[in-house]
Design a protein around this ligand. Sequence first.
Ligand SMILES: Nc1ncnc2c1ncn2[C@@H]1O[C@H](COP(=O)(O)OP(=O)(O)OP(=O)(O)O)[C@@H](O)[C@H]1O
Length: 260
Amino acid sequence: MIEIDGVSKAFGGLQAVHNVSFTVERGSITGLIGPNGAGKSTLFNIVAGVIPPDEGRIALDGQDITGLPPHQLFHRGLVRTFQIPHEFSRMTVRENLMIVPAGQQGESLLQSWLRWARIVRQDREILRRADEVLDFLEIGHLADELAGNLSGGQKKLLDLGRTMMTDARAVLLDEPGAGVNRTLLGKLAEAIERLNRERGYTFCVIEHDMDLIARLCDPVMVMANGELIASGSMETLRQDERVLEAYLGSGSSGQAGASA
Ligand SMILES: Nc1ncnc2c1ncn2[C@@H]1O[C@H](COP(=O)(O)OP(=O)(O)OP(=O)(O)O)[C@@H](O)[C@H]1O
């Protein structure tokens, strides 16, 4: 579904990503792990159209999408969670969901707000969809809460909910587990699994929490020093010398071998 082919990116003299190729298969939850500074976020930014690669090509369903800006990728069905504009803290959770279809047109904030005014007047369908998303994520009780009052984990659920307000079925998730407490983490993981299983979403997930990666992702891609050094199931990667060495060598807190 998403083919990453020979992608490289340097910042000045620093080779952040070097000749990385892999495919995120349709229907998979593909993990992307690696110690701090491995190049994961840079690669995500390239796939999501935030920065152009120096070399290489990205294809979505066989079509070249290299360098397309995020709002055009959105129309082709690819979104990155944190690219959906951050929640409006003084709007309710339901309103934050309803504004998503308006906020993804590559418009200015003012244009989005004008469109939003039209939506409030006209679009019952968007309201219905927002309520369906609230149900799916089991956060209906938060519908009228101001988004600014949500906990970190609840904001992550809202982020996922905003993804569901789009027609995108390929989603880049950037550290969904960061700052989320254990209870909500379970709920978030379950929502990701259900979106994948029941609704055919494909995910590519950057995450430092190896338990979460092991639960959700197969296959898992491992980057270190800008390069793809290994791939496979988390079970096999935990025994992989190259992976252990990359983590041990980096002194990173995200230990691949931990809690195996
Ligand atoms: N805009 C930038 N300008 C200069 N250097 C950058 C820029 N973005 C990233 N880098 C560098 O590129 C390398 C890869 O960074 P990147 O953020 O992609 O790694 P990462 O694997 O996502 O790390 P982390 O897990 O800590 O988020 C790092 O050495 C980083 O300092």
